[in-house]
Write a protein that binds this ligand. Structure first.
Ligand code: V47
Length: 368
């Protein structure tokens, strides 16, 4: 029989993992050097065992998913981030604008969550977003609205000269339930200047999430990796998030987003599955105060995402429906997957599927 429990004495192929395993067992916080060692370890399976141990300490055998749909109301965006294949300018042949009615029609009443993020539209008024949330809330009362990245909130603030507090109050009043973690990219000023100059940086992104948490809105956090960022910048990103969570406590889940090369081609190839798994496991172990880590099948593909469930992840996102951001960048994954497929992928990883709502309240446990 294979012994899949991490060993207690010094026996990892990479000596750095012995030190890390000791710290994890003692409940001691990992530092920058540990983070770098994990991202570079040749002992992927050893790292996976430690990360799985940490994941089990939080979630046991459970892996969560939600019946959801991702909606991107428009791709028209004032920004020109160099990793983004999704954004378009007004008048481009592929530019689109959904109406509130279109959006409502794509939200099946049996779903539990709608995830809404979109381009920074130059002239859609703030009231349009309020109306969207109000309509969804009244017509689809069971669907929780997880909407708008901190980058969008920052844009509303600049475009419509509203304070963050007023924006969040009005969105909450209109039906906002929680916030997604997008727009963080990588918390590195160097990378921001090179790739997403027009978008808010780390301090502002964190400031907006901290305010949302203080107003009772829980949120997620992401990191876009596999482009021009260094391993040290990935680790620094994780440490900043860990510090932010120590302060506000409102983050639910962290999602590493694998850069889709698409036509932007910042690098020749997308990250390898080994890099995806090391990044997932490192995230689980560095973010000791984050309840959940998501293995995002849309960007890594189903196979790597499912293996990720033994490398520290305890969440598979959801059924998703019509995702457009990764698919604009030629992601090879299907557009959506059915509930049965989710259950199958989770069981196949040896875990117990649990259907959740947007803030991890359990809806249904799928017994063996
Ligand atoms: O912020 C843009 C990223 C994000 C590309 O909170 C790209 O539960 C890869 O944030 N390759 C949006 N990524 C997606 C997102 C998300 C996804 C799933 C769950 C949650 C959650 C959040 O997509 C953007 C940006 O970082 N993105 N272009 C690209 N070519």
């Amino acid at each position: 029989m294979l012994d899949l429990e991490p060993r207690t004495e010094q026996s990892f192929r990479d000596l750095a993992l012995d030190r890390i395993w000791e710290k994890v067992q003692a409940g001691r916080r990992l530092d920058r050097e540990d983070g770098l060692a994990m991202l570079q370890t040749p002992d992927l399976l050893g790292l996976g065992q430690i990360a799985d141990h940490a994941s089990r300490a939080v979630s046991g055998d459970r892996v969560y998913f939600v019946l959801n749909v991702h909606i991107n109301p428009t791709n028209i965006c004032v920004l020109s981030c160099s990793f983004c294949d999704f954004a378009a300018k007004k008048g481009d042949s592929h530019a689109y604008e959904h109406s509130v009615e279109d959006i409502l029609n794509s939200i099946h009443p049996d779903l539990r969550e709608v995830h809404i993020v979109g381009g920074h539209h130059p002239d859609w008024r703030f009231e349009w977003y309020e109306d969207l949330l109000r309509t969804i809330k009244s017509e689809r009362p069971n669907v929780q609205i997880k909407a708008f990245t901190a980058a969008e909130i920052d844009y509303f603030h600049k475009r419509w000269k509203l304070s963050d507090q007023e924006i969040l109050e009005r969105l909450i009043d209109a039906g906002l339930h929680s916030m997604p973690g997008g727009g963080a990219e990588v918390f590195s000023e160097r990378v921001r200047r090179e790739l997403f100059r027009g978008k808010c940086g780390a301090d502002r992104w964190i400031e907006i999430h901290t305010m949302a948490h203080s107003m009772g809105i829980q949120s997620n956090a992401t990191m876009l990796y596999g482009h021009i960022e260094t391993h040290a910048e990935r680790v620094d990103h994780l440490i900043r998030l860990r510090e932010a969570q120590d302060e506000s406590g409102g983050y639910l889940c962290f999602i590493p987003l694998e850069y889709q090369v698409g036509t932007t081609r910042l690098v020749e190839r997308h990250a390898t599955p080994m890099d995806d798994l090391r990044t997932l496991a490192t995230s689980r172990l560095m973010l000791d105060n984050f309840p959940h880590i998501k293995s995002y099948w849309v960007m890594t593909g189903e196979s790597t995402a499912s293996i990720g469930l033994n490398f520290g992840a305890d969440d598979l996102d959801g059924t998703i429906g019509e995702e457009r951001i990764a698919h604009a960048a030629l992601a090879a994954s299907p557009l959506g997957i059915a509930r049965d497929r989710m259950v199958h992928l989770i069981r196949d990883a040896g875990k117990v599927p649990v259907e959740r709502d947007a803030t991890y309240n359990v809806e249904r446990v799928y017994a063996a």
